[in-house]
Write a protein that binds this ligand. Sequence first.
Ligand SMILES: Cc1cc2nc3c(=O)[nH]c(=O)nc-3n(C[C@H](O)[C@H](O)[C@H](O)COP(=O)(O)OP(=O)(O)OC[C@H]3O[C@@H](n4cnc5c(N)ncnc54)[C@H](O)[C@@H]3O)c2cc1C
Length: 494
Amino acid sequence: MKDIIVIGAGPGGLSTAMLLAHRGYNVRVFEKQGYIGGRNSQIKLGDYSFDMGPTFFLMKEILEEIFTETGRNLEDYVDLIEINPMYRLKFGEGKTFYPWSASEKERMIEEIERVFPGESGGYLEYLRREEEKFQRLIPCLQIPYSNLADLFKLNFIKALPYLDAHKSLYTSLGRYFKEDLLRLSFTFQAKYIGMSPWEAPGTFSIISYLEHKMGIYHVKGGLNRLSHAMAEAVVEDGGSIEVDCPVREILFEGRKAVGVELADGRRIEGDHVIMNADFAMGMKKLIPDALKDKYSDTNLQKKKYSCSTFMLYLGLDKVYEDLPHHNIIFAKNYRENIADITERKIISEDFSFYVQNASVSDPTLAPEGRSALYVLVPVPNNKSSIDWEREKHSYRDMVMRALENEGGFEGISESIEEERIITPADWEKEMDVYLGATFNLGHQVSQMLILRPHNKLEGYENLYIVGGGTHPGSGLPTIYESGRITANLIHREV
Ligand SMILES: Cc1cc2nc3c(=O)[nH]c(=O)nc-3n(C[C@H](O)[C@H](O)[C@H](O)COP(=O)(O)OP(=O)(O)OC[C@H]3O[C@@H](n4cnc5c(N)ncnc54)[C@H](O)[C@@H]3O)c2cc1C
């Protein structure tokens, strides 16, 4: 059977490794860090446990299908917990809104009428039209785009009237909601791909819709358990995963990938090489200069990238029982905050942030009576000139004040037992994320579908990519889908 080399054990690498190992390929995964999961890994601080990155498990059906295809049941490996109401949205003006997923439609209607009287009709229209859009769009996201002809396939043509790619997400949702804050409640999800509702194409209303349609799940022990379950499946099907094992370079004969050289000097031959490392960082570091062409360092710099995130992981000696699992606190002037992040690339004094207070639904993350708190602040990527080494402590203090004053976490400063910070500079230096752009290449129209790096990387033979940098894009469900697309491409070609 053919030998497959996977560079990186993030969600993308693990999903493709799982499928190919089950189909009988000889799969070897090499992971640079001493742990698996990439950005979806676990952080341990004393007795506290945190997810490093993803905390919203959306569209669980895709991973369930991958498990089913390999003869498994996802729920035999992990315990899923639905979070409903999905989150607390606290707006600058002081209003607080608790949206429910569509499985609790009546409660959602009541909640809309409580906070935005007279607007629930727009919600019903949103559910109706977005379902049509979802049905048309999903098949388009499950196939590769490698040439212009792919844009003329029947599925894509049927989806065209629903793409809304010529309008911004924010404008596009105006067809349902008059109230600005309600519109914001259905568009802030653009941040999940590191973009702004005013910049992301209207196509991305699909993110908030799939959240409303299918709900948001937490995984007992953290979403990193998903990565562990996938790694277990790879090994059960005969694959191997070596950690602390960085790949130094991809080896080529002409333009054909034939293997990898590891940092320890070993040269491993393979029939197909799959790169899961962050796309731009992988191109920069792993491909010989003479073969980079359209993805040369200069061209990579010209591409658009998502924002970054400033992270705080706090082990607390108490539990904020009255505050929910997911909390999103908006800046007083959200639009200006977004412009600071994406255009001016400066630190916002008036900023939005997200807090995961997961211990209220998952007691396994901290000792009894204690809690693990995760704070994410969207900030500019490293195209900014912010010196994070210099700024990080004063920035951390500003976030702590916001947690107390705006977030409702009273007395939090006195409750901290463990603490870790990750800055945009750390994402880049320690986690190999290009420009610290945590949600990868941007999802502008100019970088989507055929214009995004192809799953079978254009210009090379036997070299594939998986993860947030290729089609369909960043976010766990789409990344798992990229793994499935790549596995299918290889299986079809062999
Ligand atoms: C803070 C944050 C919050 C997020 N929240 C959500 C969320 O709530 N829901 C959601 O769906 N998505 C979320 N995402 C987005 C996305 O789901 C994750 O970033 C996801 O982990 C990306 O997966 P990936 O496979 O593309 O890459 P990664 O997870 O980055 O995996 C790449 C792997 O390649 C390894 N690697 C790199 N170079 C080498 C080398 N030379 N040799 C060997 N290995 C190498 C890396 O160490 C890493 O393990 C979030 C991301 C972040 C950062």
